[in-house]
Structure formats: structure tokens, C-alpha cells
Design a protein around this ligand. Structure first.
Ligand SMILES: Nc1ncnc2c1ncn2[C@@H]1O[C@H](COP(=O)(O)OP(=O)(O)OP(=O)(O)O)[C@@H](O)[C@H]1O
Length: 305
């Protein structure tokens, strides 16, 4: 579990993170979202003790990072996949990390197998593709078999296959009961990967909770209907207080009612339906709506920092 309590970080006059409080629960992937410059990396660095909060604190399993007895066994992180000596092999890179943290050498081959790098373990890490470098970074994060894992933009620049692999891998780690916090600005990817979201804007919390609630709360759920009697159905649902927009000859988008209600009204009025499907808003829509507001709100406060 990760708990941030009133976390604030100032760099001179810039407030990178402002009074941020959130909880990251075990057993699920939590997405950490925010526009560029929102303070995601700064927050992750504070969780890992790489940056000191100006105010507030952040705890991993109840303790600040610098008070952890076995940091590598408690928390693992992928911050920068290219952070590796280019001439060192993947295996030697991990051995070096294991030695520095007094972890058993046997973990090296275990984590190499876990991320699927066994076959290239003795190749120069400098020659690795981005996808392989990400896997090596993840292997390094897993060396101490920690319960808490942080990934900063792990899928940036990866091809669809690499993205899918990372998504499944993170979900697998969460399925083992670990706490997984992952930042990304690939929203459709996050919508598929993360069960929970923490959304920040200009260093402040905008939303925290389940991905479904975030999308549901910030976007409108509509129902797409196709019918050869679209105009007639539009009249019926409008009469009952819903709103209908005809988008095509035979298609309409209805808001203010559920698909059950619309289907029953169609049956009552003898309207033939060819399609009746609820349309959920996207994470993109929800994110733009909520972070757009945050940017405006913050602009009013410019200078307070
Ligand atoms: N070492 C630093 N010195 C001064 N300002 C900094 C420093 N690190 C970050 N900042 C500022 O703090 C704010 C938050 O930056 P941060 O990198 O944490 O955001 P981010 O959400 O990770 O952004 P991105 O998605 O672009 O990586 C930005 O305005 C940035 O310029």
C-alpha cells in the first residue's frame, strides 16, 4: 500500500505537487494520470525517496522510504529503462544490482525468466530494443520480490505487442496481491489496464477511485439505436423526457434513459429495432473534461505559487 498525505513539492517558485493525498491499494493496477507537467514523476520520485517533500509525507507499507529496512525487498520501480551500462549484459547488470542490494544471485535468473529475457541474458544491454530494455527494467524492479511496484510510463514508444505484454504482466503482478502504480499518458491503454485511477492536474488531486466511476462520473452514458423508424422512436422517447439526436437515416443517439427503457418503449409503440447498444464515454473524454477544468482553475490562481 502507498499513502500520500498532504504531499507538497516546491522547486523555487514552482509548485510541482500541492497538498496531494491519495492511497494506492494492493491487488489492483492503479493508473496515475495527469497532463504533461502535472507532477507525476515528481510524486513517484518522492515515493521512492529520490526527492524530499517540502511538506507532507508519503508512506510505503506504513513507512517513509528512507525508514524501510529492506527497500529493494519492499518496493521496486521502473523509472528510466535506458538506465543501464550499455556494454554490460542483461545478466551482469542484474547481478550488479543484486550484489549492491545484498539480494541472492539466484534471483537474477528468476527475474530474467519472469520477463522472458533468458535467451538474451548474455547479450549487451546497450543493443536492446526499447521493448527489451523495458523488460530488463522491470526485471530489475522485481529483483527484491517487492510487494509494491512503480512504473513510470512503461509503455511509451512500445509496439502493440510490447504494450499488450506489459499490460498483462502488470495485471499479473496485481493478481498476486501486489500494489502496482503505473503512470501513463496513453489513456485508452490505461482504461484497459488500470482498475483504479489517481488523476492529478497542476500538482493537485482531481480524482481518485475506480476507472469505471471516473469515466461514468465525467461523461454521459448514451444509447445508440438503429431502427427503420428512427424518427418515430425519437418522438416517443422525447415525449417521455429523453433527448434524441438522429445521426444517420436510421440511427439515433438517446440520452436520459437506459437501453431497457428504450427497448420497452419501442415494443409498446411497435417500433422495429435493428440495434440497441449503451455507449459508455471514453477515458479520454472524462480526462479532457476534468483536467481541462483543472488547468483553467489553476490559471486563475497563477502567482499564488
Ligand atoms: N528538478 C526540478 N527543478 C525545477 N522544476 C522541476 C523539477 N522537476 C520537475 N519540475 C517542475 O515540476 C512540474 C511537474 O513536473 P513532473 O516532471 O513531475 O510532471 P509529470 O507529470 O511527470 O510530467 P510529464 O508527463 O511531462 O513527465 C513541472 O512544472 C516541472 O517543470
Amino acid at each position: 500500500m502507498i499513502e500520500a498525505i498532504g504531499l507538497t513539492k516546491r522547486y523555487g517558485r514552482t509548485v510541482a505537487v500541492r497538498d496531494l493525498s491519495f492511497t494506492v491499494r494492493p491487488g489492483r493496477v492503479t493508473g496515475f494520470l495527469g497532463p504533461n507537467g502535472a507532477g507525476k514523476s515528481t510524486t513517484m520520485r518522492m515515493i521512492l525517496g529520490l526527492d524530499r517533500p517540502t511538506e507532507g509525507r508519503v508512506l510505503i507499507d506504513g513507512r517513509p522510504y528512507h525508514e524501510l529496512k529492506h527497500p529493494m525487498r519492499t518496493v521496486g520501480a521502473l523509472l528510466d529503462a535506458k538506465w543501464v551500462h550499455p556494454n554490460r549484459s542483461a545478466r551482469n547488470h542484474l547481478r550488479w544490482l543484486a550484489r549492491a542490494s545484498k539480494l541472492p544471485k539466484s534471483r537474477v535468473d528468476e527475474v530474467l525468466a519472469q520477463v522472458g529475457l533468458t535467451a538474451v541474458a548474455d547479450k549487451r544491454a546497450g543493443g536492446f530494443s526499447l521493448g527489451m530494455s523495458q523488460r530488463l527494467g522491470i526485471a530489475a524492479a522485481l529483483l527484491g520480490d517487492p510487494q509494491v511496484l512503480l512504473f513510470d510510463e512503461p509503455v511509451n514508444g512500445l509496439d502493440p505487442e510490447g504494450i499488450r505484454w506489459i499490460r498483462r504482466f502488470m495485471q499479473g503482478l496485481a493478481g498476486q496481491g501486489r500494489t502496482v502504480l503505473v503512470s501513463s499518458h496513453l489513456l485508452s491503454e490505461m482504461a484497459q489496464t488500470a482498475e483504479d485511477l489517481i488523476v492529478i492536474g497542476r500538482g493537485q488531486l482531481i480524482s481518485q477511485g475506480s476507472t469505471a466511476a471516473f469515466i461514468g462520473g465525467a461523461t454521459e452514458t448514451t444509447v445508440l439505436v438503429r431502427s427503420p423508424q428512427a424518427a418515430r422512436l425519437a418522438e416517443v422517447v422525447t415525449h417521455w423526457g429523453m433527448s434524441a439526436r438522429i445521426t444517420d437515416d436510421d440511427a439515433l443517439v438517446i440520452s436520459g434513459g437506459s437501453s431497457d427503457q428504450i427497448g420497452e418503449m419501442a415494443a409498446t409503440h411497435g417500433v422495429v429495432l435493428h440495434e440497441l447498444s449503451p455507449q459508455q464515454g471514453s477515458l479520454e473524454e472524462a480526462f479532457m473534461r476534468l483536467t481541462g477544468h483543472a488547468v483553467e482553475y489553476q490559471a486563475d490562481e497563477a502567482g499564488v505559487a
